[in-house]
Design a protein around this ligand. Sequence first.
Ligand code: MTE
Ligand code: MO
Length: 256
Amino acid sequence: MTKPEAELETSYVKNGSITKRTIIAFVVFVALGAGAWIAYQSILSQPKIAGNTQTPLRKVLQFNEAISVAGFDSNKLAKEYPISAAVKKVRVNGIDGLRSPLDTAAWQLNVVKGTGDTLHLTMDDIRKLPKKDLVFDFKCIEGWNQVTHWAGVPLKTFMEHYGLTSLKQLKYMGLSTPDNKYYVGIDMPSVLHPQTILCYEMNGKPLPLNQGYPLRLIIPVKYGIKHLKRIGTMYFSNEKPPDFWAERGYDYFAGH
Ligand SMILES: Nc1nc2c(c(=O)[nH]1)N[C@H]1C(S)=C(S)[C@@H](COP(=O)(O)O)O[C@H]1N2
Ligand SMILES: [Mo]
C-alpha cells in the first residue's frame, strides 16, 4: 500500500516546473495584496482637507467640481411640466434647521449686503415682486424624484429689485436657516439661472411648515440638498460658503 503513495509523491516533486510556477504565483499574489494595503493605508494617513475626505480622494472631487463649473450652461433649462402633472402628496425630506420653533410673526429675511449693511424683509415685501410658477422634476441625491409645483420670485429678479446687482460679481451666495443648523452655498451662475426662485408656495398654497414656510429656495439645476427650506439669512462671498452636505462628503456643486 505504501508504494503507490510514494510514487505519487515522486511524480509531484518530479514535475518541478509546476511547483516553481505555483511558488511564483503565490509570491506575486502576496506582493499585490501588500501593495494594495500600503496604498490604502497611505490614502488614510493623508491629511484631511475640506471636511472629512482624505487629500487624494478630495483631489478627485475637486477635479470633478472644476468640470461641473466649466460645463455649466446657464441658458440650459430644466424640463417644465403642466400643473396637472404635479403630485398632490409631496414628499418631505430633511428637517435639519427646522426643529427649532419658528416665530412666524417675527420672521424676516436678512440679506447681508456688506458689513453693517443688512436688509430686513418681510413676506409682504417679497410677495409684491413678480411671481413665477414652476413645475419640474425635483431630484434628491438619495435616488428619488417627483414632479412638483412651486411658485415665488426668481432670485435674479429679487436681486435686481433690491439693488444687489453689484453682488453678482461675487462667486457665491450663502443661505442658512434662522437657527443656522442647515446652510448651503450656491455658485453665482446657478443663483442667476432663470428657474431659480425664492419660493413661498407649493401647489398654489403657502408652503407647509416642514417644506420651508415661509420661504425656501427652489433651484432646479441642483439636487434637493441645495433647496434650503426656511431661509433666515442670505449673504454673498467670493469664498465658498459653508455647506451642510459638502461637509459630509457630497459634491459641493450638486448639479445634475
Ligand atoms: N432646512 C433644510 N432644508 C432642506 C433639507 C434639510 O434637511 N433642512 N433637506 C434638503 C433635501 S436633502 C431635500 S431632498 C429637499 C426636500 O424637500 P421637500 O421636503 O420639500 O421634499 O429639501 C432640502 N432642503
Ligand atoms: Mo435630498
